[in-house]
Design a protein around this ligand. Structure first.
Ligand code: SF4
Length: 375
């Protein structure tokens, strides 16, 4: 609002354009600062990040493949504000093949794919969206992987053909990373993630959908250093997946104070208290959602009042169900009795520290807070 008033108070068109340009520049530099921070780099790197984005240092060729998915990761990608979608597609990258964004179709599209592969052999980035079905459909015409065919090839045939000559393979979204909802039991199409299907190592940016700031930061890392960022054991970049949602969450203070939403719509929900008891999987999920948020930093599920579903974790559809209930109890020596009273029971080694903290919190809350009923 202030910006609009200021612009209209200026007398000349030149004045207005000058202010608008400087505002755009300031916003662009703010974005570069955000990318730099997302990558875990010192602020001294901001000018280099800006230069890499503006000049598209190497302008790598990108071949974007679609497999079994809902196209939400392409949707997420074209929601980029800084750099804009057209800058991303045309200036920073050279997106030579993308089935849902390219104007060409049929033989022209297939020709674009062949040329991009031949001209950039060993240098192009292969970006994959969607899981790859590996099962054989029933019937006489059934072929392995035949639940997905593109231009007469199965998904797995196309993946092997394109990925073998790529400089690097980046999976965007949980489906290409780990199989996603298609790979949920009973998984009739035999869908799996791209790495599992092809045996070719991939960098994974999961999320349902993935966050465009993480794919842009990965590309900036590639433009700056000529390599992909360091990853965790699942192949996810550490800058985005190195910490749990729970440890960065805006509602964490309420968890620490033992203040929980008991059911959707209650007074605690209106107060923005912790969503653990209504199924939040933040304590088991590694993702930077609370820091970068979605839609140009607008919001993310927990901020909007919905529990984290753990969508960036492998096999989350199977492992995080039921979504609106707490995870099943396990025995945590020395802490489970108290932890259970605050409804804190988690699976996995990483949970022990959190559970101990919850037990401590519970003990302290009993002293100063009588506003919530314990189970
Ligand atoms: S349990 Fe969920 S809502 Fe509560 S602090 Fe952790 S991540 Fe945030």
């Amino acid at each position: 609002m202030c910006r609009v008033k200021k612009e209209y108070s200026l007398k000349t068109v030149e004045d207005r354009l000058g202010i608008l340009e400087s505002l755009d520049r300031r916003e662009f530099l703010n974005f570069c600062a955000k990318i730099t921070a997302t990558l875990g780099l010192a602020s001294a790197f901001i000018p280099k990040v800006a230069k890499a984005i503006e000049q598209g240092a190497r302008k790598p060729s990108v071949i974007w493949l679609h497999f079994a998915e809902c196209t939400a990761d392409s949707e997420a990608f074209i929601r980029s504000t800084y750099p804009s979608t057209e800058e991303l597609l045309l200036n920073i990258l050279s997106v030579d093949y993308h089935e849902t964004l390219m104007a060409a179709s049929g033989e022209a599209a297939e020709g674009a794919l062949k040329s991009a592969m031949a001209e950039n052999k060993g240098k192009y980035l292969a970006v994959c969206e969607g899981a790859i079905p590996m099962a054989t459909p029933p019937g006489p015409a059934g072929v392995p992987g035949g639940y997905l065919t593109l231009a007469g090839k199965t998904g797995i045939e196309l993946a092997r053909e394109v990925l073998k000559d790529a400089a690097a393979v980046i999976c965007v979204g949980t489906c290409s990373s780990f199989g996603g909802v298609q790979a949920q039991r009973p998984n009739p199409t035999g869908a799996v993630g791209v790495e599992e299907a092809t045996g070719i190592a991939t960098l994974k940016i999961p999320g349902c959908p993935h966050n465009v700031i993480n794919s842009v930061a990965t590309i900036v890392n590639y433009l700056l250093l000529g390599s992909l960022p360091a990853t965790d054991k699942h192949g996810r970049p550490l800058f985005a997946f190195g910490k749990r949602v729970h440890d960065q969450c805006q509602r964490r203070a309420h968890f620490d104070a033992g203040q929980f939403v008991e059911k959707f719509g209650d007074e605690a929900a209106k107060q923005g208290w912790c969503l653990y008891k209504v199924g939040c999987k933040g304590p088991q999920t590694y993702h930077n959602c609370p820091l970068v948020e979605y839609n140009d930093g607008c919001s993310w599920p927990v901020k909007g009042g919905h529990p984290c579903a753990g969508c960036s974790e492998p096999q989350f559809w199977d492992n995080m169900q039921p979504f609106y209930e707490r995870l099943p109890d396990i025995h945590l020596p020395g802490v489970e009795a108290s932890a259970d009273k605050v409804g804190f029971t988690l699976v996995g080694g990483a949970a022990v520290g959190v559970a101990a903290h919850a037990a401590y919190t519970f003990a302290n809350r009993k002293k100063f807070d009588g506003t919530l009923k314990d189970e």
